[in-house]
Design a protein around this ligand. Structure first.
Ligand code: HEM
Length: 126
C-alpha cells in the first residue's frame, strides 16, 4: 500500500479496513451492528465484505460478480440521516487515502459521493 492498481484482492483489503473503521464509529457503527453484528470475522460479515468487494469491483474494473440491488437494503434501515451518510463518506475517504494512490482514491471518492447522493435523495434526506 498504497496500491497503483485495482484488483479484487486489494478491494477486499480496502473494504475490510473500511468496515473495521465503521464498526468503531459512534455514528455509523450502530446501523451496521444492528443488521450484521459486531464481529468482522463472522460468516454474516464475511458475506457482506464479499458482496461489497464485488460491488466496488463492478464499478472499478467491470467485474460481473455483483448482481444485487445496492439501494434496496437501505430502505429498511431506520433513522438513517444525512449526518450518518457524511460520516460514512469521511471514513471511506480516509480508508481510500491509505489504500490507494491519489488518482484511484479520488475515483472511488467521487463515485461514493454520487452514489451516497442518490441514496439520500431516494430516502428523502437532503
Ligand atoms: C450511513 C450510510 C450507510 C449505512 C448505515 C449503510 C448500511 C448498510 C447495511 C446495514 C447494509 C446491509 C443490509 C443487509 O444486509 O440487510 C448495507 C448494504 C449495502 N450498502 Fe450500505 N450503508 C450506507 C451507505 C452506503 C453507501 C454510500 C454505499 C455505496 C456507495 C453503500 C453500499 C451498499 C451496498 C452495495 C450494499 C449491499 C447491497 C446488496 O444487498 O446487494 N452503502 N448498507
Amino acid at each position: 500500500m498504497p496500491y497503483n492498481d485495482v484488483t479484487k484482492e486489494n478491494l477486499n483489503k480496502m473494504v475490510k479496513i473500511f468496515y473495521a473503521k465503521v464498526l468503531q464509529d459512534d455514528i455509523v457503527g450502530p446501523f451496521f451492528i444492528a443488521k450484521l453484528g459486531d464481529d468482522l470475522k463472522s460468516d454474516t460479515w464475511a458475506a457482506h465484505l464479499e458482496l461489497l468487494t464485488n460491488f466496488w469491483a463492478s464499478i472499478a474494473i467491470g467485474d460481473s460478480a455483483y448482481k444485487g440491488n445496492p439501494f434496496a437494503p437501505h430502505l429498511n434501515i431506520e433513522n438513517l440521516s444525512t449526518q450518518a451518510f457524511q460520516r460514512w463518506l469521511e471514513l471511506f475517504a480516509q480508508t481510500l487515502d491509505t489504500v490507494y494512490n491519489p488518482e484511484i482514491a479520488n475515483f472511488f471518492k467521487q463515485r461514493s459521493r454520487i452514489i451516497a447522493g442518490n441514496f439520500m435523495r431516494n430516502l428523502g434526506l437532503s
